[in-house]
Design a protein around this ligand. Structure first.
Ligand code: FAD
Length: 391
């Protein structure tokens, strides 16, 4: 009898309490039952499985760390484990969830007024409203902190937004999109809740992606798009407030990378035990075992790191550089792991049906979004040397 396949080699799940462990297993079961069977087909067709949204809602995990507003008020560790479990089956679905629950709900939770939180968070928790987060622009990616060109002009009726946003996940169908724009009067970045159907707001699907194909990313164009003052995020006064949201969610992306690596490793291990060459399972060959152990070493280091990262977050000690280091390390190692996973599967490794090829492609997007490897390295570099290499 072969040993069980287990990407959690150091049994880090033992650090979870009983209730959180039950949630972890519930998410795993949900992903394997509802998402795994359909995911390759939706990925292939660049399409989103809208029918799973109510099932996601039933999980009751949106806004998992937020206190009040019907949200679960769980730990950041729990949130991380959920991101890993989703990423383990599919990084697109994990991204859809992360954009809604982390970036969009998080913007409202961190930067919204009491009325805004009361209006949006309970229904977003139930996924009766889906959210998106619009920061990046066609000409402004890494340099968003100082470079946003989308403008917001205060008028007697509220605010007028003009400009474009690129790559905005969920925005083709979102009920509310958080738009970050520069106030032309005081030159500060402010956040706006743009409701679905607002005149002057057009979100076109970006086609032809080779990664995270299930996520519906949009190119948004705003032409004299009017937003009422009550829909300006009342506690977002500069980019520093935007950065608070990004710090919180960056930790989640590191966890998602771990999930992606774990899914690829477990599927590749399973394959090598079943596939025979020269009359023997390829898993019995020394060189294949060496690849597998290298993958597992990196995966185990990544998991140890993100568990500690979330502990820091739960203790209120998380700094930007902590989240950035984890994002750099995990997304870099994930790229290695998915590529090795593909390698040990030979030709079948490039077929979607064998459940590794998708991870290889998706790892490329995880590597670059929510701060590229270079930008996150510079954040850590600034913290350890005392010199900023940004300017
Ligand atoms: P650029 O900023 O043009 O960078 C290109 C290269 O130059 C990178 O290697 C970068 O590291 C390097 N570089 C840039 N500046 C420096 C420097 N100072 N020193 C050294 N190297 C540097 N954004 C949103 O707002 N909302 C979303 O929902 C969202 N979802 C996304 C989903 C996907 C699938 C993708 C691919 C992106 C998404 N993004 C989203 C945007 C994402 O955050 C950006 O792609 C990312 O910040 C990088 O910006 P860029 O692609 O414009 O690259």
């Amino acid at each position: 009898e072969l040993p069980p396949i287990n990407g959690d080699f150091y049994e880090l799940h033992l650090r979870l309490n009983e209730e959180d462990r039950a949630i972890q297993l519930k998410v795993r079961e949900f992903m394997e039952r509802e998402i795994q069977p359909i995911v390759n087909n939706f990925w292939l067709h660049d399409d989103f499985p809208f029918e799973v949204i109510p099932k996601f809602a039933d999980l009751g995990l949106c806004g998992v760390t937020y206190q009040g507003y019907d949200c679960p008020g769980k730990s950041f560790l729990m949130e991380g484990v959920i991101a890993m479990e989703m990423g383990r089956v599919d990084a697109s679905i994990a991204t859809f969830f992360g954009v809604h629950s982390g970036l969009a709900m998080g913007s409202i939770y961190i930067c919204g007024s009491e009325e805004q939180k009361q209006e949006w968070l309970p229904k977003m928790h139930k996924m009766q409203a889906v959210g998106a987060f619009g920061l990046t622009e066609p000409e402004v990616g890494s340099g968003a902190a100082g470079g946003l060109t989308t403008t917001a002009k205060r008028t007697a009726d509220g605010w007028v937004l003009n400009g474009q946003k690129k790559w905005i996940g969920n925005a083709t169908f979102a009920d509310v999109t958080v738009i970050w724009a520069r106030d032309v009067d005081d030159n500060q970045v402010k956040g706006f809740l743009v409701r679905k159907g607002t005149p002057g707001f057009v979100a076109e699907k970006i086609k032809g992606k080779m990664a995270l194909r299930i996520v519906q990313n949009a190119l948004i164009t705003m032409k004299d798009c009017v937003v009422e003052e009550k829909d300006r995020l009342q506690n977002a006064n500069s980019f520093k407030d935007t950065a608070k949201v990004l710090q919180m969610t960056r930790a989640g992306v590191a966890w998602m990378a771990v999930g992606c690596a774990r899914g690829a490793y477990e599927n590749a291990l399973d394959y090598t035990r079943k596939r025979k060459q020269f009359g023997k399972p390829i898993a019995s060959f020394q060189l294949i075992q060496n690849h597998l152990v290298e993958m597992l070493s990196n995966l185990t280091a990544m998991q140890s790191l993100v568990f500690r990262l979330s502990e820091l977050q739960d203790q209120g000690m998380l700094k930007d550089e902590h989240a950035s280091l984890a994002k750099v390390f995990c997304s870099l190692r994930t790229r290695d792991i998915v590529s090795k996973a593909r390698e040990v599967m030979g030709g079948n490794g490039i077929l979607l049906d064998h459940n590794v090829a998708r991870f290889v492609a998706d790892a490329e997007a995880i590597y670059s979004y929510e701060g590229t490897k270079e930008i996150n390295s510079l954040i850590v570099g600034r913290a350890i040397t005392g010199f900023s290499a940004f300017v």
